[in-house]
Ligand binder design. Structure first.
Ligand SMILES: Cc1cc2nc3c(=O)[nH]c(=O)nc-3n(C[C@H](O)[C@H](O)[C@H](O)COP(=O)(O)O)c2cc1C
Ligand code: SF4
Length: 649
């Protein structure tokens, strides 16, 4: 079924063993601009997992966009030794490694000292996302930048990487030169297409001269920036044809979106609301126009979809950034006929993109080992197999049970409901969020494979403990909903979880008292608006969804706007009386009165459930508490604590 996907391919002088590549993604695993042991272990894990090619994260090339806290810096020879070590380690597993070179131009969100640094671009056209006004680069600076790319490419060759990719996409510096909307220059780099493409062409042609013909040179481009005034696809195709005509390019890598606007940004890191494989049609279009191999990435997280894209000729290779963060062994599992064992990425963006944009190392809510390969090391079999009783079948309990069983312990898991999953079952029931249920599906499969004995509809009591005689008891009983302490009279008040479950039926006019500013408020607002209610969403932060990953939130806010949901920030709920819901502005102090209200839906702080007093009386075992049972947080912390605890037993 995956025959063609597993065929080798020549990208210029580099033969890649199969058609799946790991696209460039900033990991925040480098240290002070150079490769670290953490980063090597991270890529080594993916190389061991069978991926055909690793294209390393963006490396910056010039001090005008340095930021060594966030990016590897290829503008200095310090980069060479670490890169060399990384490439050697991955090649030892059969996986070639390319490096990507990058300059964001006006897209600057970082700082060296808290003050806003100058940013540079083709012209002074402002950026909509970071609200930056760049300095137009003087002509000699443009030539200096060209030289910096060439020097950086030389360093990657000196480090014996197999290839270099030039990032010319996503609205970053090179794309700012290509686009007449952002390039208003009057020198040889502005005006006609020939002039606007000169910056990229000089970089490519001079890099080739520096690199020789024994290393691969590719370019990453965007056909559809998904943004107003983005560069049209026809124009990009003409640019690619020009590059191909110069004879120095070995492949094109197609992506979607742009860093320059919120809607463009959503498509660079597409969350689960964006269709799987949505860039494949763009790649197919380019593939008709050029002869060099075309690579594509963007929400490809299933082997069947990957095979379909390659088999149908839409692209020559498919990229999987988040799919391999969630499961580094994706390719080996697929190749060995165990595709159903792949831990599919659910497109939540939380621990990968979310960590990266907050300057923390990338990881995965489902796979906390990701990004922690070096620090955690390999899972070790238990020195002495023990009996482990896990109480609670949400993500924390499931993960603890899986890892404990994988390490050789005898594990029983008791869940009081008829179904595993805990709060994931609520999150996946929201409109457009069904994919999130993959978290439970994946863990459930792992439980089965690890040999965990499962007891549904079961609350263990003293007799259970006596019979099983555990050495360790893990309390992972999660949290329950609660209502805020407020006076409510003459208006119905229900909690969001009851609404999601269908246990509560709100009236026509709904006010959501959104303390949590997370998926609860956004999700229940969307559900009720779609069901025909008039919805006002009053949130206790600067924006609804403030606590969740920004891209997921931004997309959701757009959906709610389209559904006519009224949103008010900084609103603290304090009561309801005779058809009015009462809030206080959290900074101004004034009252916000919502009239004509049938039902207040409360998204308030859940309460931990950890009544295990009986356990202390019953036997001699160690007891530990994890996840929301300690304090309500998210799936990420639940799974991480499950792993950490079971790692130590
Ligand atoms: C955490 C993270 C960082 C990224 N950083 C880069 C980058 O440095 N350069 C780049 O070209 N793309 C970057 N991307 C975009 C990815 O290469 C890829 O195109 C995108 O994630 C969509 O593919 P996926 O659905 O397989 O994750 C990044 C993606 C993620 C998730
Ligand atoms: S955190 Fe979510 S989006 Fe990121 S890799 Fe894991 S499952 Fe995928």
């Amino acid at each position: 079924m995956y025959e063609q996907l597993l065929q080798p391919l020549d990208l210029g002088p580099t033969r890649v063993p199969n058609r799946i590549f790991n696209p460039p993604h900033g990991t925040t695993l480098g240290h002070h601009g150079v490769v670290s042991d953490d980063l090597i272990a991270y890529h080594q894990a993916r190389a061991r997992g069978g991926v055909g090619l690793i294209i390393m994260e963006s490396m910056t090339v010039h001090p005008s966009y340095g930021f060594e806290e966030a990016f590897l810096y290829a503008g200095s020879d310090r980069i060479i030794a670490g890169l060399n070590r990384l490439a050697e380690c991955c090649r030892a597993e059969g996986t070639p490694v390319f490096g990507q070179l990058f300059h964001a131009g006006r897209g600057v969100r970082l700082s060296h000292d808290g003050s806003r640094p100058l940013s540079y671009s083709a012209s002074d056209m402002p950026d909509e996302r970071y609200r930056v006004v760049p300095v137009p680069m003087p002509n000699e600076m443009v030539w200096e930048l060209v030289a910096s790319y060439v020097d950086a490419a030389g360093r990657l060759v000196d480090a014996d990487l197999d290839g270099v990719e030039i990032l010319a996409s996503m609205g970053y510096l090179i794309a700012q030169f290509l686009n007449p909307q952002t390039n208003r220059r009057e020198d040889e780099f502005g005006g006609s297409r020939e002039n606007r493409v000169r910056f990229l062409r000089e970089i490519i042609n001079r890099c080739r001269a520096r690199m020789g013909t024994h290393k691969t040179l590719g370019v990453r481009i965007t056909l559809d920036e998904k943004t107003a005034k983005g560069l049209p696809a026809d124009e990009v195709i003409e640019v690619c044809k020009l590059l191909e005509g110069d004879g120095n390019i070995d492949y094109f890598s197609v992506i979607s979106g742009s860093s320059s606007s919120p809607e463009g940004w959503i498509h660079v890191f597409p969350p689960m609301s964006v269709a799987q494989g949505f860039v494949a049609a763009d790649a197919a279009r380019l593939r008709q126009a050029v002869t060099r191999p075309v690579l594509v990435a963007g929400r490809i997280n299933q082997p069947q979809l990957a095979a379909q894209i390659v088999d149908s000729g839409q692209a020559d290779m498919v990229g999987m950034a988040r799919a391999l963060i969630a499961d580094p062994d994706f390719v080996n599992k697929m190749a060995q006929g165990q595709a159903e064992d792949i831990r599919a990425c659910v497109g939540c963006n939380q621990a990968c993109v979310g960590h990266r944009l907050a300057h923390y190392p990338v990881s995965c809510i489902q796979n906390p080992h990701s990004g922690r390969e070096h620090r955690l090391g390999k899972m070790q079999p238990a020195a002495t197999p023990k009996k482990v009783l896990v109480i609670g079948g949400g993500p924390a309990g499931m993960k603890a049970a899986v890892v404990a069983a994988q390490r050789g312990h005898e594990v029983e898991l008791h869940e009081r409901d008829a179904r595993l999953g805990g709060q994931v079952n609520l999150a996946e029931a929201l409109p457009g969020r069904a994919e999130f249920g993959g978290v439970t599906t994946n863990l459930q499969r792992e439980l089965r494979q690890a040999g965990v004995r499962l007891h549904l509809n079961s609350i263990p009591d003293e007799a259970t403990l006596r019979d099983f005689a555990p050495d360790h008891v893990v309390i992972a009983t999660g949290a329950v909903t609660r209502l805020p302490e407020a006076e409510v009279d003459g208006v119905d008040m229900v909690d969001a979880w009851s609404v999601i479950r269908g246990d509560a039926r709100p009236g026509k006019n709904v006010v959501i008292a959104d303390w949590s500013c997370d998926w609860n408020g956004l999700g229940v607002a969307e559900k009720l608006a779609r069901d025909g209610h008039y919805v006002r969403l009053l949130s206790g932060g600067s924006v609804a969804g403030e606590s969740i990953q920004a891209i997921v939130r931004d997309h959701w806010i757009g959906v709610l706007h389209g559904l006519g949901v009224e949103m008010i920030p900084y609103a603290r709920f304090y009561g309801a009386i005779d058809g009015s819901a009462l809030f206080q502005h959290m900074t101004g102090g004034e009252s916000i009165v919502c009239e004509n209200v049938d039902t207040v839906v409360s998204c308030y702080a859940p309460r931990s459930l950890r009544d295990y007093g009986w356990a202390g009386k019953t036997g001699s075992f160690e007891i530990a508490c994890i996840g929301d049972a300690v304090a309500p947080r998210t799936v990420e912390e639940a799974v991480l604590e499950g792993l950490r605890l079971a790692w130590e037993i």
